[in-house]
Design a protein around this ligand. Structure first.
Ligand code: IMP
Ligand code: MG
Length: 169
């Protein structure tokens, strides 16, 4: 399959994102919430690139099926272990596609009273967006390709590929 983003390019970009977050949150302790499972690889690399103290938690969501296509409503399959009250929350996502999932999730998390809420997404496909959703830190903006690797899957496969490749090519 065709490599879209090499492991070296990903590493350099993730390190730069970590430095940027370290500067933006200097003197604070951001709480990283990774969206399982796709964001797992990005989360662990990004966390190590952040040079200030952080805490981590994970949330897992699952689509409701057909209804998801229009509402983005998701079922929480695994909720957070810790509350968000007063925390500087950064939601870590693998990819923002239509934006529906993230939009729904942000509403759920915002209701829990974090002091601040930002989003770090490794990838963004703006041409696919159905709802406008804030992504404060974006690794790479890509065209409308279905990509796998570095955590991203197709039917649960290919998550462990070190590069991001275009599926089927
Ligand atoms: P959205 O609600 O359309 O933004 O969906 C986002 C979710 O769809 C991501 O968290 C991924 O799990 C999945 N997704 C979207 N595009 C891709 C892709 O190109 N490869 C793998 N998963 C994708
Ligand atoms: Mg995902």
């Amino acid at each position: 399959m065709k490599v879209l983003l090499s492991r070296e390019a990903i590493r350099d970009r993730v390190e730069a994102m970590g430095r940027e977050i370290s500067r933006d949150y200097a003197g604070r302790e951001p709480h990283l919430v990774g969206v399982l499972k796709g964001a797992c690889t990005f989360m662990t690399d990004l966390a190590r690139a952040i040079e200030i103290p952080i805490t981590m938690d994970f949330i897992a969501v699952s689509s409701y099926g057909a209804a998801t296509k229009t509402s983005g409503e998701v079922r929480l399959v695994k909720d957070l272990d810790q509350g968000l009250e007063g925390r500087d929350l950064i939601v870590i996502e693998d990819i923002v596609d239509t934006g529906l999932t993230l939009n729904y999730l942000l509403n759920v998390l915002r209701a829990r009273g974090p002091r601040s809420l930002k989003v770090a997404a490794l990838l963004s496909k703006p041409s696919r967006r159905l709802v406008e959703v804030q992504a404060d830190y974006v690794g790479f903006t890509i065209d409308d390709h279905f990509v796998v690797g570095y955590g991203l899957d197709y039917n649960e496969r290919y998550r462990s590929l070190p590069d991001i490749v275009v599926y089927g090519t």
